[in-house]
Write a protein that binds this ligand. Structure first.
Ligand SMILES: [Fe+2]
Length: 257
């Protein structure tokens, strides 16, 4: 059913646009979100704890039960580490408690693949989204020369990479086999939900549709940084995309505990 709905034939596209949207549509079917930037003041996400509270409340209101927030770890821009992130997580725990927000909040990280990350794999235990699964990203401008070796090294160290928003890497758009190659190398793929709305541009949207149609995504995430993302995610529940995603076997719900 899923692949059929996403075929780009005119007739199928019309069917997909006519799917009924439930009035009370929200994201509760996912249970958990696993990519976001809620820890205040340590990356390009929430700037203050008040900002974090607004975003966490929005997540709870949209039906999420659990969020695994993932601050950037990127040596040149966001030199975060486990200690900084865990301290930030404590602030979030206090905030959800004091503000009666019904949300389980855990933390991992979004690691930027570069030479400093390669060293980190051997040096410290990495923060994991779930069991041995580690969220990674890399430059949007060029494929890191040591990508294959890094993924191999992670797996040698017992980790399973989750590649954040594969649809956003423009240099893969004309070489779809690279996605298949990464799956074959044991990588899980994570869709940014807003990619499907065109939030990051037409080409990203098309790549996301293609990956979705081929059933290549494992997780999806909000990658929420600010309230514009929250508003766009809420609006998305009132579009035919929502009805389509409900039928996709994302793994997010296993993160609810
Ligand atoms: Fe992110």
């Amino acid at each position: 059913m899923f692949a059929r709905l996403f075929n780009r034939g005119k007739e199928d596209k019309e069917k997909y646009n006519q799917l009924p949207i439930p009035e009370d549509a929200n994201w509760s079917f996912l249970g958990a979100d696993m990519h976001s930037h809620f820890v205040p003041g340590i990356d390009d996400g929430a700037k203050t704890i008040e900002g974090s509270i607004v975003l966490l409340r929005a997540m709870a209101d949209m039906g999420f039960k659990t969020v695994v927030t993932t601050p950037h770890i990127m040596l040149d821009y966001y030199p975060n580490n486990r200690e900084i992130i865990e301290k930030g997580l404590e602030k979030l725990h206090t905030a959800v408690k004091e503000n009666n927000i019904e949300l389980t909040v855990r933390a991992a990280a979004e690691y930027y693949i570069d030479e400093s990350f390669v060293k980190l794999i051997d040096t410290v235990p990495l923060l994991t989204v779930h069991k041995n699964e580690v969220l990674v990203e890399f430059s949007m401008l060029f494929e890191p020369p040591m990508l294959a070796e890094t993924l191999f090294k992670m797996q040698g160290a017992g980790y399973r990479p989750i590649l954040a928003h594969p649809e956003r890497y423009g240099f893969f758009h004309h070489n779809f086999e690279r996605y298949r190659d990464m799956k074959d190398r044991g990588c899980l793929l994570q869709l940014n939900l807003l990619s499907l709305t065109g939030y990051y541009g037409k080409n990203v949207k098309m790549a996301a549709e293609m990956l979705l149609e081929k059933g290549m995504y494992d997780y999806c995430g909000s990658d929420m940084h600010h309230d514009k993302h929250a508003a766009a995610l809420k609006t998305m529940t009132q579009t035919p995309l929502y009805t389509l995603l409900v039928n996709y076997p994302f793994l997010n719900s296993k993160l609810c505990f």
